[in-house]
Design a binder for this molecule. Structure first.
Ligand SMILES: *[C@@H]1O[C@H](CO)[C@@H](O)[C@H](O)[C@H]1NC(C)=O
Ligand SMILES: *[C@@H]1O[C@H](CO)[C@@H](O)[C@H](O)[C@H]1NC(C)=O
Ligand SMILES: [Zn+2]
Length: 392
């Protein structure tokens, strides 16, 4: 019985050691390349790239770079960083008197935004809004660019901002810290999302490539998820040529819902040349050792210890994810023995702590009984050390 008392502390010591080892490894695995400096990009004005053949690096070398976007966000590999500052948006509520240009540029539909709109805090510098645009699929495929745990969402919106200090989008786009893009993932829900009708109702008017229409200003905040403080953050690139690796990405965890009818409109209204402009999403790119941060923590977003190869495999065509919409979508069904998340660690530690306490209590109770018995049987004093000291 006394032997038991001596073994419990050594288990604890081993655990503490394990925890320290875990913390150290997590800290030092954090090798983040960050945006590379762009090679001189070909200055041709030819705009010949398309989404069918995504081997864009022939004409745009950077598209083969090591920090490309989009990526699959593996929530089990994200590094939780609760110190990531909350994003604050300024000037997003546009007055009706503001006239906004909506344009079909042959690759997407873009809404040009005034430079009175900005991300006023959330980064170490101010980023000014330039435009927002969409990526979508078709009848047979969802069309988000970023995927989460291998799930591709129905569509995705990008709100593009550039660093105010560079004065213009064109200038900033070539600077390492030049761009900040907010990514919003769409899911299909039962109801129309009226906030998007300002844009979606005008899609038929910009069916042809190169056509513009004007729409009155509205509250652009209403296009974003309600919880802006839960997001993923990583260093990446433009998802179209010339693929500049100058984007600090913020992909919101919360999705936005639109109806199937609205999604259909997005997928079928625009043309590029004589074809329907659809499936304008780039395939996910290798992570190449980059860290993806999460502004929040959950069991699903703890970083695992064992580094493995990048996951580009998850170019999922899983339409169910974009339709079911409920919580379980980020839950991981895979059981992989090499994973050992912080959540697992904590669960184990608390389990063992509970076990130790229970054991100590049992020992204590048995001692007490023995003592009482021996007291009543012999009437002699018993030298007694309380077992409770093992818990110190
Ligand atoms: C992006 O790269 C910069 C420069 O290397 C680095 O300081 C920053 O921490 C990186 N940010 C993220 C989210 O990885
Ligand atoms: C992130 O999104 C998933 C899927 O919608 C949801 O289940 C989860 O609760 C969200 N997490 C946070 C912290 O918002
Ligand atoms: Zn985009």
């Amino acid at each position: 019985m006394l032997r038991q008392k001596h073994t419990t502390p050594s288990i604890m010591q081993r655990l503490v050691f394990l925890i320290l080892a875990q913390l150290l490894t997590t800290g030092t695995c954090d090798t983040n390349p960050g945006p590379e400096h762009e090679e001189k990009h070909e200055g041709n004005m030819l705009d010949h790239w398309n989404y069918e053949d995504q081997d864009w690096s022939k004409d745009h070398k950077l598209c083969n770079g090591k920090s490309q976007s989009p990526i699959n966000i593996d929530t089990r590999k994200t590094l939780s960083d609760k110190t990531l500052p909350v994003i604050t948006l300024e000037g997003y509520k546009l007055p009706e008197t503001e006239s906004l240009t909506l344009t079909n540029n042959g690759h997407t539909v873009a809404l040009l935004l005034p430079d009175s709109m900005s991300i006023s805090s959330g980064f170490s510098q101010k980023y000014v809004a330039a435009q927002l645009h969409f990526h979508w699929g078709s009848e047979i495929t969802p069309g988000s660019e970023h995927t989460v745990d291998g799930i591709q969402f129905a569509a995705e919106m990008h709100v593009v901002h550039y660093a105010a200090k560079y004065g213009s989008l064109a200038e900033a786009a070539q600077k390492a810290d030049g761009l900040a893009v907010l990514g919003v993932l769409f899911q299909v829900g039962p109801q129309d999302n009226k906030n998007y009708d300002y844009i979606f109702d005008k899609l038929q008017d910009v069916a042809e490539k190169g056509v513009n229409v004007h729409i009155p200003g509205f509250d652009i905040n209403t296009l974003l998820p309600s919880q802006l403080y839960h997001f993923f953050r990583y260093n990446g690139s433009l998802t179209t040529p010339p693929c500049f690796q100058t984007v600090t990405w913020t992909v919101f965890n919360e999705t936005v819902q639109i109806s199937q009818a609205q999604l259909d409109k997005l997928e079928t209204s625009l043309k590029t040349g004589d074809r329907t402009l659809d499936s304008n999403f780039r395939h996910v790119q290798p992570l190449n050792g980059r860290t993806v941060f999460a502004s929040f923590s959950s069991l699903a977003s703890s970083r695992r210890i064992v580094p493995k190869e990048d996951s580009t495999e998850s170019e999922g065509d899983d339409k169910s994810g974009s339709e079911s919409g409920e919580s379980g979508i980020y839950s991981n069904n895979r059981v992989d023995g090499s994973y050992f998340t912080l959540g697992d660690m904590l669960a184990t530690i608390f389990g063992i702590l509970f076990g130790c306490t229970a054991l100590a209590f049992v020992i204590y109770v048995m001692k007490q009984r023995k003592r009482q018995r021996s007291n009543t049987e012999t009437g002699q004093k018993v030298i007694y050390k309380p077992a409770a000291t093992t818990e110190a």
